[in-house]
Design a protein around this ligand. Structure first.
Ligand code: NAD
Ligand code: UDP
Length: 318
């Protein structure tokens, strides 16, 4: 797996080990952390290797399955080094595909709802081609992921590689980084600290939030399917919130005294996003099962513990 030390990757490593697989994680720890391996470190079927997927992957092992997750995912992270983001997504996909081609492995691509850009069709079906700006601040990620999808489908056509492409919509849960700038982590950390909740724009833009365990179940089902789907498959929660509604929900779930303040809306911020998951329902028998409030309570508890631990550490430093 590439990107195993990240938020989604570490949950996927855990699940695959639980299912009896042996797992090798390749990660350069750009946005991932070794501490994400806390629960699996020491497992004899788990190996973590430091590797930048921009460079060829040359490992003397045979893999039945490859999961390609390496890429920064939060806008501040992927915009901090746009060319690096493009290289990771394009060369990383090529290098992972080469492993799958050589080993005859089935390979999974973590694609994204960002391939739909600022969508003019709502909700988004896989057949929608998207509305993506080729040179805006989000383009390095959106176009990198779009090019990676093309590489996956061409490796399938040209080399017969067995590919599975998931278009992942906003996902949240424990092990998100408190300072990654994403809406879920920002709002929860702000609420727990009773600081202002920063809603960008008027908060009327929408997102749909999927709990991490549900998403990982979708990955496993997609990879277990006997025959590869003809195209990408949306995975996400179709329950849609405006960002303002979501801020109020986080305040209610944390019992915070935070106030909501408005800040500038980032350039090219998608105005609406909700997956049409009919294909995942029909092909995988999959849909999210964790209600948003339940997932939020678990995530809030994770951040609460993390912030308390940090507080103790910072207090103990003279
Ligand atoms: P994350 O930033 O927590 O994890 C990404 C991992 O990739 C990190 O461990 C990072 O160190 C690693 N990485 C980055 N560049 C690398 C490189 N050049 N070589 C090796 N490793 C590298 O992000 P995440 O939320 O876990 O996302 C995982 C994947 O899922 C990404 O591909 C992302 O685009 C995709 N995705 C995530 C979401 C979401 O809501 N979390 C939504 C859509 C798509
Ligand atoms: N957002 C916000 N306040 C924040 C962080 C994000 O209002 O502190 C908004 C952001 O403008 C976007 C939505 O929340 O409309 C989701 O942002 P995120 O960065 O989590 O994901 P993405 O835009 O990639 O879906």
């Amino acid at each position: 797996m590439t990107g195993g030390a990240g938020f989604l990757g570490s949950h996927l490593c855990e699940r695959l080990l639980k299912d009896g697989y042996s797992v090798v994680s390749l990660d350069n720890f750009h946005t991932g952390r070794r501490s994400n391996f806390k629960s699996i470190r020491g497992n004899p079927r788990f190996v973590s290797m430091e590797h930048d997927v921009v460079h060829a992957i040359d490992i003397d092992l045979r893999f039945d399955q490859v999961y390609n997750l390496a890429s920064p995912a939060s806008p501040p992270h992927y915009q901090s080094d746009p060319v690096g983001t493009l290289k990771t997504n394009v060369f990383g996909a090529l290098n992972a595909l080469e492993v799958a081609r050589r080993h005859g492995s089935r390979i999974f691509q973590a694609s994204t709802s960002e391939v739909y850009g600022d969508p003019l069709v709502h909700p988004q079906k896989e057949s929608y081609f998207g509305n993506v700006n080729a040179f805006g601040p989000r383009s390095c990620y959106d176009e990198g992921k779009r090019c990676a999808e093309t590489l996956f489908f061409e490796y399938s056509h040209m080399h017969g590689v067995d590919i599975r492409v998931a278009r992942i919509f906003n996902t949240y849960g424990p092990r998100m980084q408190p300072d990654d700038g994403r809406v879920v982590s920002n709002f929860i950390v702000q609420a727990l600290n009773n600081k202002d909740i920063t809603v960008y724009g008027d908060g009327s833009q929408t997102r749909s939030f999927c709990y991490v365990d549900d998403l990982v179940e979708g990955f496993i089902r997609l990879m277990s399917l006997g025959e590869a789907p003809a195209g990408p498959v949306n995975l996400g929660n179709p329950q849609e919130f405006t960002v303002l509604e979501f801020a109020k929900l986080v305040i209610a779930c944390t019992g915070s005294r935070s106030r909501i303040v408005h800040k500038g809306l980032p350039v090219d911020d998608p105005k609406q996003r909700r997956p049409d998951i009919s294909l995942a329902r029909a092909m995988l028998g999959w849909q999210p099962s964790v209600p948003v409030v339940e997932g939020l309570v678990k995530t809030i508890s994770y951040f609460d513990q993390l912030l308390r631990a940090k507080h103790v550490v910072s207090q103990s430093v003279p």
